[in-house]
Design a protein around this ligand. Structure first.
Ligand code: FPP
Length: 235
């Protein structure tokens, strides 16, 4: 059983394996994504119940635009499907929604859905739910550098920039780094996700495809996390 007093504050998840889940069942890939949304619903509910304070889900990367246009369109319809049915539960559970990633390239309807979700939940004080959409860590870091240069030119920065000052320019500004990163589907990669923020995160991988990721798997991940000795470079 997980220990109630050592719950990871921030959990990040690379939700992988929707396509393979579907193909192995003889279904179109989009069926995998549709079931993936069901897993999003349950993982949000279970994380919030467990006392996790921030949950970051990698939903669409800057590299995912290379997929077939039909699949991209399907994926871009998912936020609307999710928020339409889930907003009342997010409100009941006091969850606050946020976006990590660049909004500009997202279709208007996705921008609108995310804006409405953020607006509706902005005063909630429970778990923060970050959707990483059109997100890439290298793009995030370059964007931060460029924003920093602008501020420097405007005289808003004096002297050398340290880590704490730099972090304020990232999408995750003011959010503690993930304590635990989960990746499903057996892939052992970070895939350009939160490269700065994952520096000291505990990593947990499972062969389970995202549509099959259940409360039991989340509890296993948290339990394993609780057995780790986090030293942050110390002895
Ligand atoms: C990776 O599986 C999954 C994605 C690229 C999309 C993940 C999105 C969701 C689970 C839904 C997001 C929900 C909301 C509300 C935004 P894959 O297609 O790469 O699987 P494969 O590696 O087996 O092909």
């Amino acid at each position: 059983m997980v220990l109630k007093d050592n719950i990871p504050y921030h959990v990040a998840i690379i939700m992988d394996g929707n396509g393979r889940w579907a193909v192995e069942k003889g279904l179109p890939r989009k069926e995998g994504h549709r079931h993936g949304v069901e897993t999003v619903r349950s993982v949000v509910r279970n994380s919030s119940e467990l006392g996790i304070k921030a949950l970051t889900l990698f939903a669409f990367s800057t590299e995912n635009w290379r997929r077939p246009v039909g699949e991209i369109n399907y994926l871009m319809g998912l936020p609307e499907i999710y928020f339409k049915s889930e907003l009342p539960e997010l409100m009941r559970n006091n969850v606050k929604v946020n976006l990590l990633g660049s909004k500009e390239k997202l279709p208007r309807k996705v921008q609108k859905t995310i804006d409405e979700g953020r607006e509706a939940t902005k005063n909630n004080t429970g778990m923060i739910l970050n959707f990483a959409l059109n997100y890439g860590a290298r793009t995030e870091i370059i964007r931060a550098v460029n924003r920093l240069i602008v501020d420097a030119k405007e005289g808003k920065i004096s002297g050398a920039v340290n880590e704490a000052a730099f972090e304020k320019y990232l999408y995750t500004a003011s959010l503690p780094d993930p304590d635990l990163l989960i990746r499903t589907s057996g892939e052992l990669r970070i895939s350009n996700f939160l490269l700065w923020q994952l520096a000291y995160s505990e990593l947990w991988f499972t062969d389970v495809y995202w549509p099959d990721f259940s409360k039991r798997h989340l509890l296993n991940a948290v339990y394993d996390y609780q057995q780790r000795k986090r030293r942050f470079g110390k002895v």
